[in-house]
Design a protein around this ligand. Sequence first.
Ligand code: AMP
Length: 694
Amino acid sequence: MFALKSIQLAIQPLIRCPLNKIVIKTMATKATPKKSVMNIKSSSPPSATSSSVYNPSKSDYDAVDDAIWRSGERVPYLAFATTLKTIEETSGRLKMIEILSNYFRSVIALSADDLIKSVYLCLNKVCPDYEGLEMGIGESLIIKAIAAATGRKVDQIKAEIEKKGDMGIVAELSRTNQKTLFAPPKLSVANVFDKFKQITQMSGNSTQAKKVEMIQSMLVACRECEARYLVRSLTGKLRIGLAEQSLLQALTQAVVLHNNVKMKRSSDKFKAEVAKHSLILKTAYCECPNYDRIIPVILEHGIEALPTHCQLTPGIPLKPMLAHPSKGVDEVLRRFDKSKFTCEYKYDGERAQIHYVGNGSVLIFSRNQENNTSKYPDIIKRMPNCITDEVKDFIIDCEAVAWDQQQKQILPFQVLSTRKRKNAEEGDIKIQVCLYVFDLLYLNGESLVAEPLSKRRDLLRAHFKSVEGEFTFAHSSDVNTLDEIQEFLEESIKGKCEGLMVKTLDVDASYEIAKRSKKWLKLKKDYLEGVGDTLDLVVIGGYRGKGKRTGVYGGYLLACYDDGTEEFQSICKIGTGFKDEDLENLANSLNEHVIDKPKSYYNYDESLRPDVWFDAVQVWEVKCADLSLSPVHKAAIGFVNDDKGISLRFPRYLRLRDDKKPDMATTASQVSEMYKNQEQIKAGNDDDDDEDDY
Ligand code: AMP
């Protein structure tokens, strides 16, 4: 008894010392545990009491005393599986994070070398995403392995899976039927992980028997709930209900508590420390999504050292910056208020993060950091033509868009999706792509993510060359008024894009990867579909067309009808939605109704005076994105506001309503109702809550 206590006392200071020191010492220390380590023969059925031995949900969890293994030992897979089980039985996210962090605390304190493998197992991964090895063994192989491990029949197992809907549970229950003579060695996190990795690395039919054998050997060794999580992991469907961001949070908590053993979870100090460190960790992880690099730095130097040790590196894909959806031009203007911003076309293709590594090799990663290099041999080949001589290495952010070489125009995303996904041969490529580059994240040895977009964009334009149909800078315009944005949005849609990306240029304009960001807003064309109801409006004036529309009208002035005052009140100018033949036909028919001055019952503002006035004869059906108060238009004036009318935003012509007479047009009171309904909806929906983008 004395001996046990004194060894424990001896290891305590080692365990509580900073991470960099314990890594080496705890692994070298052989100490006897205070209480017996769980040792259940594999032949024994799961017992209710045995799993309660490891309880990572204890509120006063002690990283050493509450662990079920000794310092320097490999982490038992049972501790890991029990942690997952406990998480699964918990409903609140915060408590789940706490449970996982307690498990990590013990791993750090006792067997820090197993931390990387524990993290990968939690994520159901065996390597960083970009290395492309994925868990996901076919069901039939796993069923074979369960049958071989338990002596049960394949059909019986299949029927039970059908009934229970969870292969993991079936594997766990199957274990109880088994009787083995000798207990196989217990599973550890390290050997399970290593076997998982080997299994995912094996390819080809000839390896199937070997895979079954390996799975079988692990299943035979399973205790308690281990088989459930082992099988779920193998199928690639672990799904413990904690996303990667929560795992990073749990890891941060574990490190903070490891370094401050006395700190209480409920204290403000703990919360502040976790907030500070989790941002550092998340940022590092976004720039370098590779736990094999990050975790050794945390263990050796602490989270604070991550920015200096784990930086953006060509060859390692970073998490891309994501945009926040916007509810319209109003929101864009409100959010960006006084800061300068730019609007770029939002191309509809596939995101391509292109890395040019110093030695001349080019790598292309998808939005989810998958390696897409072999999909795009054509892009790889053209890259040297798109860079200037001073470029040594870089990371750029682009959209690869299907391109019609004959017509010299963008093709829809559906066309791009028919391209071969892997190992494409340049000669076989039928779908050409043009790259639209919109950001520069790394250049000549320097990370640019902290620089404002204006600087990144200047550097991009200075160091890269546009090549028609191959490599082009995203079309942009540094507009700032509502009308300009509106016009540019319409232009983008005519240019076969999805809408606009609106981005801050100078203030608060870094390439934001770790935090949810509203520095990029997307303004999609669906926004133009906004108001479900259409309006029937009367044409009262025309503006002569220029360029392509010379000889016809380029735009028209529309009005609603106020049945109280019997006047036609201007509601919008319209120039979108017309086919060429519409422009021709409408101009011909309206030219028969030209009048030399506006009718006394036309209510309009002088600033909108058209080139030509028409008699109120034609009604058009029009759709719009939304309705807004207008200082110039007169529709429904006095209904909502005494001095302002209502106007339509992004009006689009749908069709001529020759079944309607002008006094059957949408009335002023209907317009005001539509406006009010929409405001109510907005008030209800317009929550500014951040969405979790990751
Ligand atoms: P969404 O997929 O709707 O969330 O929109 C964001 C995606 O738009 C990005 O991930 C890019 O793939 C794509 N995109 C197209 N054009 C641009 C652009 N100019 N700037 C940023 N992203 C763009």
